[in-house]
Design a protein around this ligand. Structure first.
Ligand code: ATP
Ligand code: MG
Length: 591
């Protein structure tokens, strides 16, 4: 699809939500570039910075990094950061490092490291598969901490966490110096070495940078660089009992790796002066720079590891890979192709102002991919039996059906037609309104790839519910061709009642009804009670038999994917996305 159309759609999707209109207008800082926009996505300020840096020779090779903390699973917000970091590196023939930011041994687990690597592999980026770890730099970081002490830029503090907080001051009031701030270099060095040696209890001492307790930026009020923590680390075991803070570890790890552009989300903007201060005061091999961009927010979901964890722990969802979760494994189980997530992450753009992207845009990207790749099959989600009275009993015939109208090479298949079939219950109405081009008493419709049928009778149960339809067919209309030029408006999907297989289909709605559930006081109360519906469906035999269907379009319904809960007896499908394109309609109605 041409870039301009994608860009229009992106704008219309984000402007669907009035209060977000402002920020969506600011989603990109500049117009689409004159470069290969189809491949690179919309232009943005980070690309401009990198181009300028290369032009002025501030850098020779672009090096970025993606630094997940291994304390949870990756979600679609991370995909934005991944796409940006790996995307910029690949666009400018540079390198992007995967670096696990594993400085907090208490919350981190090997399980997460493995899951993150697996999710990255699935996402399919241009990467060499290696992983780096901040914990591999602990020795160098420690040496640099000693450098700071020797230069009089850091001191060992005996205040505990609460006291440090009390001394820090507020946005309006300056902080107060710690009584331990003026220790001599010798005393600081001695104490720091003894911290490392394990002489002090957890939380009893810290190493702090000596900057300015009166700074207008609270991050510059003597930030903590190291803390005592007697905890086993997943990778370094018991080798350390002091651990660096994010602020100390991050920029210095960037420097060790030769990172040129350290791209992080806006909440770190206030940390940048500290990032620069540390780089300036240390003998690092290079001078990386930090740039901030807006994090992704998506309507009807939350993208905070803490909140996602809450959903898992409280049993609101069936796990991290629940198809309703915005985690990469959730989206993957849902059946959303990695390519759709890559397109989404690229096309939402990169800006300095926070914005919220409509979930509809992810659905749009998904349909774009699946429309081309998914085979078409027929499935009936709410079966209603139809008996074709003038079709001979015991007879059947094979009809030809197209596998994918978007891809001729996908070929055709044979489907069997006979006297008894199922259609969708919603495709019949006793008293249909004018524009209902489906079945009603006396009405004629086309059965996909088969015949014209006319409804002649309705069978009801004791409560008056329709339980079966009686129809006649026109033998001259084979293949759905009109025999005499008469027109039928509706075409229904169907399955052969005797041949159809059973399947469990899991249909999904948004996990949260409100657009911004993150703002809710009680997250669990905001959960949509109808976010998952399980139904028993009837499916074309070609679907039941073939395990190759990872993603398939059920004609007229939507895209579905095979769930790993599938057994030899019962295929299980997840609804990926319905065919109906609600926002496209809105777009049309807005002209
Ligand atoms: P959370 O707030 O959910 O705990 P985090 O930012 O702490 O997430 P990290 O593992 O530290 O999670 O994130 C790794 C990288 O991904 C960081 O550079 C972070 O800025 C980026 N990132 C995290 N969430 C988003 C998001 N919603 N949009 C864009 N980038 C994100
Ligand atoms: Mg983080």
């Amino acid at each position: 699809m041409c870039w301009k159309r994608r860009s229009r759609i992106r704008q219309s999707v984000t402007s669907l939500i009035p209060e977000y209109k402002d920020s969506s207008d600011r989603m990109t800082d500049t117009n689409p570039s004159s470069g290969d926009a189809e491949r690179d996505g919309p232009d943005h300020f980070i690309r401009t910075i990198i181009k300028d840096d290369l032009a002025s020779a501030r850098v020779n090779q672009v090096v970025t990094r993606f630094p997940p903390e291994p304390n949870g699973y990756l979600h679609i917000g991370h995909a934005k950061s991944i796409a940006l970091n790996f995307g910029m590196a690949s666009e400018f023939d540079g390198r992007c490092n995967l670096r696990f930011d594993d400085t907090n041994p208490v919350k981190e687990e090997i399980e997460y490291i493995e899951a993150i690597r697996e999710d990255l592999d699935w996402l399919g980026l241009d990467r060499d598969g290696t992983a780096l770890y901040t914990s591999d730099y602990f020795e160098q970081l420690y040496a640099w901490a000693e450098n700071l002490i020797e230069a009089g830029h850091a001191y060992v503090d005996d205040l505990d966490a609460d006291q440090i907080r009390e001394h820090r001051g507020t946005l309006k009031e300056p902080g107060r110096n710690s009584p331990y701030r003026d220790r001599s270099v010798e005393e600081n060095l001695d104490l720091f070495r003894r911290m490392r040696a394990g002489e002090f209890a957890t939380g009893s001492k810290t190493l702090r940078a000596k900057i300015d307790m009166a700074s207008g930026n609270i991050n510059m009020r003597d930030p903590v660089l190291y803390r005592v923590l007697h905890a086993s680390h997943p990778r370094t075991g018991d080798a350390w009992c002091i651990y660096p803070t994010y602020d100390f570890a991050h920029g210095q790890s960037d420097a060790i790796e030769g990172v040129t552009h350290s791209l992080c989300t806006l909440e770190f903007a206030d940390h940048r002066p500290l990032y620069d201060w540390l780089i300036e005061h240390l003998p690092t091999p290079c001078k990386p720079k930090q740039y901030e961009f807006a994090r992704l927010s998506l309507t009807h979901t939350v993208l905070s590891k803490r909140k996602l964890m809450q959903l898992v722990r409280e049993g609101v969802v069936d796990g991290w890979d629940d198809p309703r979760m915005p985690t990469l494994r959730g989206l993957r189980r849902r059946g959303i192709p990695a390519a759709a997530i890559r397109d989404f992450a690229r096309d939402i753009g990169v800006a300095r102002a926070d914005s919220v992207v409509d979930y509809g845009f992810l659905e749009f990207c998904t349909r774009e991919i699946l429309n081309k790749s998914a085979l078409r099959r027929m499935a009936v989600l709410k079966p209603l039996k139809v008996v074709i009275e003038n079709y001979p009993e015991g007879q059947s015939e094979l009809l030809e059906a197209v596998n994918n109208p978007e891809d001729e090479s996908a070929g055709t298949r044979q489907i069997e037609f006979s006297r008894e079939i199922y259609i969708e219950r919603d495709d019949y109405m006793d008293d249909p309104p004018k524009k209902f081009f489906r079945l009603g008493p006396g009405r004629e419709v086309r059965l996909r790839y088969a015949y014209f049928v006319t409804c002649t009778d309705v069978i009801r149960d004791a409560n008056g519910e329709v339980v079966e339809l009686r129809c006649t067919y026109d033998p001259e209309s084979r293949g759905g061709q009109s025999p005499d030029g008469r027109k039928v408006r509706g075409t229904l999907h169907w399955v052969n009642a005797n041949r159809a297989g059973d399947a469990q289909v899991r249909r999904f709605e948004h996990l949260f009804l409100s657009e911004n559930p993150g703002a809710a006081d009680d997250l669990l109360a905001a959960v949509n009670p109808n976010s998952k519906t399980i139904i028993e469906a009837k499916i074309e035999p070609a679907l039941a038999a073939d395990p190759a269907f990872t993603q398939v379009q059920f004609e007229r319904l939507g895209y579905f994917s095979v769930d790993p809960d599938t057994t030899a007896d019962l295929p299980v499908f997840n609804e990926i996305v319905p065919l109906r394109d609600s926002w496209k309609k809105i777009q049309k109605s807005q002209g």
